[in-house]
Design a protein around this ligand. Structure first.
Ligand code: HEM
Length: 164
């Protein structure tokens, strides 16, 4: 029974709520960025024209909707949902960065992040490391003017310029 409950909660939080949130966020961002909405409309119009009489988009037609994919990626950059957590398996020391926050059982996580962020971060075996996804997504060195909604950041050319 516990396994069923935990699986149901995991699916609800991990699969249902994430997707539902983006179904709300994408229309919101399109409404507040009408020039993006127009470009998507044009891409879809062209895609439907290519379908001819059938008027139905197939899998391969959807694959070709590159601008729509860029919009989805930029939406997830602008409003990241979800966590990325890893358990450290051996002692190590990484260069200082605001991208990680370390949790221990006894010390406030943000405090640890602030103490070590300029001096290199020693991570001990057994610690949990929570990746600060929002911090990476709003780092102006990676995404200039991070508050702006710019799907072109995810064009093939722009993606190739970034270190994945
Ligand atoms: C826009 C929607 C979604 C977002 C933003 C999202 C985000 C994430 C994130 C951040 C992780 C953790 C990755 C990590 O540990 O580094 C994750 C893991 C996972 N997600 Fe999603 N997710 C989405 C939709 C879904 C859906 C629809 C399903 C299943 C139907 C799903 C199933 C999973 C599973 C099984 C894992 C664990 C993978 C593993 O640990 O190897 N996710 N997701």
């Amino acid at each position: 029974m516990e396994a069923i409950t935990s699986t149901a909660i995991a699916l609800f939080a991990g699969a249902y709520d994430t997707v539902a949130s983006y179904f709300a966020l994408v229309p919101y961002l399109l409404a507040t960025n009408p020039e993006v909405q127009t470009k998507i409309q044009e891409e879809l119009d062209e895609a439907f024209e290519r379908t001819g009489a059938s008027g139905v988009l197939g899998y391969h037609d959807i694959e070709r909707l590159e601008y729509l994919e860029m919009v989805m990626s930029e939406t997830m950059r602008r409003y990241p949902i979800g966590l990325s957590t890893r358990a450290c398996t051996e002692d190590c020391d990484i260069e200082g960065t605001l991208a990680v926050v370390i949790f221990t059982q006894n010390i406030h996580p943000l405090l640890i992040g602030q103490i070590y962020c300029n001096a290199g971060i020693p991570i001990k075996k057994g610690m949990e490391v929570h990746i600060n996804i929002a911090g990476i997504h709003t780092d102006p060195d990676i995404f200039p003017n991070p508050e702006e909604f710019v799907p072109e950041r995810f064009s093939k050319e722009e993606k190739a310029k970034r270190n994945p």
